[in-house]
Design a protein around this ligand. Structure first.
Ligand SMILES: *Cc1c(COP(=O)(O)O)cnc(C)c1O
Length: 233
């Protein structure tokens, strides 16, 4: 078995174990394989081992990969998880199935206006700056409700939920704190009438904490594909 296939099995087992500990069904958690900096051939190998959801952060790199894997397009879901610049929304609206990193209304409005009629509405999550870091992107928690209600009214988007990239923390308990805060924010939006089903949290280092706190999509890069070499960026 290839390294990627073995790594996928290990990550699936981690998800299953964490789900059991959380008294959740493993099938309620989707695994996104974050393929940024890795080759189209690696995505193909992962797909051959049953992986269908892939996450990308760098637009040019992603577009090349999507093009190289055009034969698999109908079998794959491409999720954009990187910072969205407003002058780059059109190719994102045209080529992706999901965007997890919507952090202002203007970006959402552009994505909605530019989403081709031939495609299903674009699934989006609002990225929240849950650790209150000045340097991190994402909406402040107290700004989320107003933006969420506006995005929910855009015709070519489907608002699915919230995403966060918390500050790294060393212990399971510390990792759970920001995840729990994001889950509470999601619950508040639901109580406020928004039909949301997605909590996009959990990376290679904090997958278990995220599953314990209700993650529905975990975004796993290193644990699937190995260490990244950022030299190409
Ligand atoms: C790179 C990236 C990941 C994956 O991180 P790993 O630690 O390699 O699992 C997840 N989410 C986002 C937004 C990323 O940019």
């Amino acid at each position: 078995m290839s390294d990627i296939a073995q790594h996928l099995d290990t990550v699936r087992q981690r998800i299953a174990d964490a789900a059991r500990a959380a008294d959740r069904l493993p099938s309620s958690i989707s695994l996104m394989a974050v393929s940024k900096t890795f080759a189209a051939a690696d995505v193909r190998a992962a797909h051959e081992h049953g992986q269908c959801i892939f996450g990308e952060s760098y637009l040019q790199e992603a577009l090349q990969k999507i093009e190289a894997l055009a034969d698999l397009r109908a079998a794959l879901e491409w999720h954009f998880i990187g910072p969205v610049q407003s002058n780059k929304t059109r190719p994102i609206a045209e080529h992706f199935d999901w965007v997890h990193s919507v952090d202002r209304l203007k970006i959402a409005e552009r994505l909605s206006a530019q989403r081709p009629e031939s495609l299903a509405p674009l699934n989006v999550c609002i990225q929240v700056n849950i650790s209150d870091e000045a340097s991190k992107s994402g909406l402040a928690p107290d700004e989320v409700a107003a933006v969420a209600h506006s995005i929910a009214g855009l015709p070519r988007l489907r608002l699915r939920g919230l995403m966060a990239i918390p500050e790294p923390a060393a212990t399971l308990d510390a990792q759970r704190v920001p995840h729990r805060r994001l889950h509470a924010l999601l619950d508040a939006l639901r109580e406020d009438g928004l039909a949301l089903d997605t909590l996009s949290i959990g990376m290679s280092a904090d997958l278990e904490a995220a599953v314990l706190e209700g993650a529905t999509i975990v975004r796993i890069g290193t644990a699937v594909f190995g260490e990244r070499d950022y030299a190409i960026h």
